[in-house]
Design a protein around this ligand. Structure first.
Ligand SMILES: [Zn+2]
Length: 332
């Protein structure tokens, strides 16, 4: 495939702390040779591993963005052994708009990998991350939260991998991150995600879900800040052992199949029966779906199809047919 048209306005191989921009072509009505700037920070010192930490893959997920801004300000190059690459607002147009999807091309950035140098803005940027940044990396973590639509118990998230050695190394990284939960997932449509791109390149990689509801949750921010530094300690880029959070070691869980999701069968307003984090039982009421278009009809009751921990709930009130309203996790 052709090379990337993206230009990094810093030296990815340089030493010290560099705060710069990626210049991504963006042709507009009033600026045919226009470019969109995406912030990037690189800290490097001596020899050692390279860790890429990313946030703002989705613009309405805030814990990761703020944790990486904090890291960009507070990390000193002399603390580092190796290299840290930070993209605190990776899909910058979506971050600036506070939206999941791009206001430029309507794309979900995490459905654009491995990207296309001749594609839309999001595809060009995804191609650069995949082809120019990932090959430099030994470890990668992409920080997500539930966004406007969902609220999720703070978790490191890894894919169920067929290679047992990679699975062990991934779980060790998740233990080090130290979120209250480590979730091993077989995801809906994982292929075009950054996490899957990193896995295809043999990089030990994690994603995460660190809250949601389109707001910045202070407790989850503290978990994310500690976790980001813990990943650097685990990689050997920072000295010292990973810090354990006040809730203790991470609880390993899984969402084993689609039977652990509750989906809305029709459009409506979702009234949940239980708050996030409730222990729920198969067959118990999950909530009711109200249909404003039919005032004479009863709300539609939905039930859980599995027993476990209510790991993810619908946050926004309005749902469309096919949207998940609850996801249940069970211990691994
Ligand atoms: Zn996300």
């Amino acid at each position: 495939m052709a090379g990337s048209p993206v230009v990094a306005e810093l030296d990815l191989g340089g030493s010290g702390k560099q705060v710069g921009r990626l210049r991504v072509p963006l042709s507009r009505d009033d600026s045919g040779w226009g470019t969109q700037l995406v912030p990037i920070v690189v800290l490097a010192n001596g020899s050692g591993p390279t860790v890429l930490l990313t946030a703002g893959n989705h613009g309405d997920e805030y814990e990761g963005q703020v944790a990486l801004l904090d890291l960009a300000r507070s990390l000193r190059p002399e603390e580092v052994r190796g290299r840290v690459i930070l993209l605190p607002a990776m899909h910058y147009p979506a971050c600036a708009a506070g939206k999941r999807l791009s206001p430029i091309d309507g794309r979900d950035f995490n459905r654009c990998f491995p990207g296309d140098p001749f594609g839309s803005f999001a595809q060009v940027l995804a191609h650069y991350v995949d082809s120019a940044l990932l090959p430099l990396c030994d470890m990668q973590m992409d920080l997500h939260s539930g966004g406007t639509g969902m609220d999720i118990l703070p978790s490191a998230v890894g894919h169920a991998l067929d290679d047992p050695d990679m699975m062990t190394r991934t779980l060790a990284m998740a233990d080090a991150f130290g979120a209250p939960i480590t979730l091993v997932l077989r995801e809906v449509n994982a292929g075009p995600t950054l996490l899957a791109s990193a896995e295809r390149r043999g990089i030990v990689a994690l994603s995460s879900e660190l809250g949601g509801g389109g707001r910045l949750h202070p407790e989850n921010l503290a978990i994310t800040k500690r976790g980001a530094r813990n990943v650097l300690r685990h990689a050997g880029v920072l000295e010292g052992a990973p810090e354990v959070g006040p809730y203790g070691p991470s609880r390993r869980m899984t969402v084993p199949d689609m039977g652990h999701y509750v989906f809305a069968p029709v459009d409506g307003i979702w009234e949940a029966a239980d708050p996030l984090g409730t222990d729920v039982t198969a067959g118990a009421p999950a909530g009711r779906l109200h249909r404003t278009e039919d005032p004479g009809a009863d709300p539609i009751p939905l039930t859980y199809a599995a027993t476990g921990l209510l790991w993810c709930v619908r946050f926004a009130g309005r749902v469309k047919a096919g949207d998940p309203v609850a996801v249940i996790a069970r211990d691994l």
